[in-house]
Design a binder for this molecule. Structure first.
Ligand SMILES: [Zn+2]
Length: 244
């Protein structure tokens, strides 16, 4: 029932539990690597709901090293990437999972969830919704990035660059989340290029992480699952193998 509701927006979504099972199965089948050989970094929103709804089997991997700040943008930057990259088992792989997040309620409302102990719904992702509200009110000033609210201001600038696209969308928070995914993906590709990995593989998994109401759990739709072989320089997508 819940998955059906989520799939109206994200047709390829799976529960987070199934997502991690498939991820680890695919890696073992295709690369022969076990979870304890994988150094896992995530770039997800620091929202407490992501800790509450984090898929337990992900802890079979080493880590996670958290690269993310608000809405999953990799604010830890090059220093963060280099730090965890040097913690990888030599016979293993680095796995970076990155995703903006979005709430979907049981009733199918997107951009909000029902949290534990609260009587009404609240925004999810709150940072994305805050930036979207400012965008729609034309309150974002180009180039305005402050020390006091650096991460939020960065998200505002990302949305401002895609203002027309977001404003024209039939569902603005859905579209803003797509914009956020693309910005995170682009930044991650840049960071990966600038990082040295003392191992054989780098696995890049880009997705949208979907939070349900308190009793729904979470869901995930993969957009990218790439394997970079550092010895041969060959890059291939494991997305087909993942969905088979
Ligand atoms: Zn968030």
């Amino acid at each position: 029932m819940s998955l059906t509701t989520v799939r109206k927006w994200y047709p390829k979504a799976l529960t987070s539990i199934d997502t991690v099972n498939r991820l680890l199965d695919t890696i073992e089948r295709e690369l022969g690597l076990k979870p304890h050989q994988l150094m896992h970094a995530d770039s997800m929103c620091c929202d407490d709901v992501n800790a509450i709804q984090y898929p337990p089997r992900a802890y079979e991997m080493l880590g996670p090293f958290h690269l993310g700040g608000l809405d999953g943008f990799p604010f830890a930057g090059i220093t963060g990437m280099n730090a965890f990259a040097h913690h990888v088992p030599e016979d293993g792989a680095v796995l970076v999972f990155y995703a903006p997040h979005i709430g979907i309620t049981k009733d199918g409302n997107i951009g909000e969830i029902h949290r534990i102990g609260q009587s009404s719904n609240s925004a999810c992702c709150g940072a994305a919704k805050g930036a979207l509200g400012k965008l729609l009110n034309n309150e974002i000033i180009e180039g305005n990035v402050t020390d006091l609210d650096y991460q939020q201001n960065t998200i505002e600038q990302i949305f401002l660059k895609q203002a027309n696209r977001i404003k024209a969308a039939s569902n603005k928070i859905f579209e803003a989340t797509e914009v956020m995914y693309e910005a995170i993906d682009m930044r991650m590709e840049e960071l990966v290029k600038k990082t040295h990995y003392p191992c054989k593989y780098v696995l890049l998994v880009g997705a949208v992480f979907i939070n349900g109401d308190k009793d729904m759990g979470s869901f995930c739709e993969y957009k990218k699952f790439d394997c970079l072989n550092l010895e041969t320089g060959v890059r291939e997508s494991l997305l087909k193998a993942y969905y088979q």
